[in-house]
Design a protein around this ligand. Sequence first.
Ligand code: PLP
Length: 426
Amino acid sequence: MQVVKEYVQRWYESGLNPDEYICHQKNRNLVEIEEAATGKRRTVLTFCTNDILGMVQEQAVKQAAIDAILRYGTSNSSCSVLSGRIDLHRELEAEISAFKHLPYTQLFINAWMAMQALMDAFCHLAIPVPGFHHTRETLILSDVLNHGCIISAIANAGTRSGKLFGYSPRVRVRAYRHCDVEDLARKLRRFVRAGDRIMVISDAVFSMDGDIAPLPDMIEVMQPYDGSVLVMDEAHASGALGATGRGIYEHFGILPQQAIEKGIVPLIMTTFSKFAASAGAAISSHVAELIPLLNVSPTSIGTISLSPPQAAAALESIRQLRQRPELVKTLQENTKYLRARLLEQGFTIIGETNVIPVILPPELNPKIFARQLMEQHGIWVSPIWFIAKPRLRITVNALHTKEEMDCLIAAMVSTRDVLYKSTISA
Ligand SMILES: Cc1ncc(COP(=O)(O)O)c(C=O)c1O
C-alpha cells in the first residue's frame, strides 16, 4: 500500500482531488449539504443533480417505494435465476417495454452490469450448450466518447474470448470518431469481415458533452449490414428527449420498428438513476431469445436483482411520467432558457440537452470556479477536470424556476469577473 499512500498524498497536495459533500436534506432544488473536509453546513441551490423530472421527491414515488418495502422487505437477497423475480420486476419490465416500443425487457442493478451482461450474452452466448458450436466473430464499433460502462464492457468483451469464455470466438473492438457517421461508415467498410456479427454502440445523449447521437444517419449507414445490432444507451435520453420523454427515437420522430424494417436490430438500455428516481437499468429488444441469455449471463447470476423499493420507485416514476408529459416540456423549456441565457452572457457551451457543459477559458480552473460559486453565491455545479476535458457541468431540471436559473447566471457572471481579475493581475 505504500505506493497508494504516496500517490494519494501527492494527489491531495496537487489539489486534483474532488471536493466531497454530504447531503442532509432536500427540498426541490435546495439542498442542505456538509463539506466533508471542514464539517461546514450550508443550504445551496443545486444545478448538479440528475433528477431531471423531480421524481425523487414526488409523493407517489416515495409511497410506492415504502409500500414495496412493506410487502417484500428491503432486498430480494439473491439473483433472479436462482431465487426468482418479484412481481414488481415483471411489471417494471412490461412498463419499460411499452414506453420504449420494444416488447422484451430485462432488468439489472445498474448500467455497468447491464452492459457487461449484454456483451456476455451477445458476443459469448453466456453459457456453453452441448452440440452448439459458436464460430462467428463479433465486431463492435463504439463512439470514442461513449460512457465508461460501455468502454469497460467492450474492453472486457474483447479480452474474455478464450479465457472466461474458453469456447467463444474473438471479439474485435474499434472506435469511430465522436458522432461522425462518415467515420462509422468508413470503419464498417474497413473492418467488417465475412461472417462477422456487427454491433454499433453509442450513448444516446453524451453524459459529458450533452449532445445527441445522430440516430437516423446511423441507421442509414448500417442498413447494408443486415442483422447488425444498434445499441443506444438512453441513460440521459429517457425522460429528457422526445415530446413524452421516450428517448432518442421519439426525438427524431421514428420508432424502433423502422430500424427493424431496415434489417437492423435495435437494443435500448434505459437507466433509472436519472429520470426514474431510482437506480437500475434495463435492456429492451424485439428479440425474445436475447432475454434468457441476459438472465443467465455471469453478470446477472453473480449479483443481486433490483431491490423492491428501487423497482417500485422506477415503476411509479415511469407511470407518473406517462400521466404528466408536461414535465418533459418544462424540462425542455428550462434547457432552452438556460442555454440561451448562458450564450447571451458570452459563455461557451456545447451540446443541446439539459446536460450543459460550460467550457471555461484555460486560465480559469473549473474547481476554483465551482468552489467560488458555492461559497459566494450558494450555487452548486459540478466542476470536471478528470474523466473529460475541463469544464463546468450544469444540469438543469424540470423543477428549476426562472428566478433560480437567473440566480445561476448572475453568480456565473460575477464569479467570472472576479476570477478573471485575480488571474490576470496574478
Ligand atoms: C450514458 C450513461 N450511461 C450509463 C450511465 C450509468 O448509469 P447507472 O447510474 O445505471 O450506473 C450513465 C451515468 O452517468 C451515463 O451517463
